[in-house]
Design a protein around this ligand. Structure first.
Ligand code: CA
Length: 226
């Protein structure tokens, strides 16, 4: 799958591109609206992530040109907090969704998945590790058929763990995906949330699914499957 990221802020562009590359997208970056539009007209993308405040040509203008050209590639607009009021109203221009900066990669990824699903009409697969099940559509989580209530952050963290089951996830990875690019990964917030999650999904079960990899991070796996 191909993704286009149109964003002049290098930090954000790289953050989004890196996250998408890890999810197996081939990513191209444009740093201004004009070259973004050129790329979008020339190539076929599965998804376009489009910032609004851009040099050369602003995001809404890019979008207007694309839609006028009958290009129906799903577009997610990125917008700064202080722009939302007037800009979000401008989404009639043809954006499929929008995200307010700063955002966590998991939020962006969830929206992209939703748009790709809508376009492809594919059924959504539930995620499963041992007897832990997560339904990305209803956001319902069960372990051994017992429903588990999670806060938004706990859910985002669990979904990230489950999508990467068997892979060791470092704290910087986790912080970028679940918290966002402005988050200080040196705090102990991640560990605190992992402990919340452990209490909810592993407590009372012999088979502990969240494991600590000392000095590195965490891994989710079915330890009885080895
Ligand atoms: Ca910008």
């Amino acid at each position: 799958m191909q993704a286009l990221v149109v964003e002049d802020e290098l930090k954000v562009a790289n953050f989004v591109a890196k996250g998408l590359a890890e999810e197996n997208f081939e990513v191209e970056i444009a740093n201004d609206g004009k070259s973004g539009l050129d790329l979008a007209m020339k190539n076929e993308y599965s998804i376009i992530v489009l910032d609004l405040m851009l040099p050369e040509m602003d995001g809404l203008e890019v979008l207007r040109h694309l839609r006028a050209d009958n290009n129906s590639t799903p577009v997610i607009v990125l917008t700064a907090k202080d722009e939302t009021d007037d800009k979000v109203k401008g989404l009639d221009t043809g954006a499929d969704d929008y995200l307010i900066k700063p955002f966590a990669f998991s939020e962006l990824h969830a929206r992209i998945r939703a748009l790709l699903r809508r376009d492809s009409g594919l059924a959504v697969e539930k995620l499963q590790v041992a007897n832990l099940l997560l339904d990305p559509v209803t956001r319902k989580v069960t372990r051994a058929d017992k429903e588990i209530d999670l806060t938004q952050k706990e859910y985002a963290l669990l979904e990230y763990f489950m999508r990467h089951a068997g892979t060791v996830l470092t704290r910087p990875h986790i912080s970028e995906h679940v918290w966002g690019y402005n988050f200080d990964s040196f705090t102990n917030v991640i560990d605190v949330y992992v402990n919340f999650l452990r209490k909810k999904i592993d407590h009372g079960h012999e088979n502990k699914l969240i494991q600590t990899v000392r000095g590195v991070g965490y891994v989710m796996k079915d330890s009885e499957a080895d």
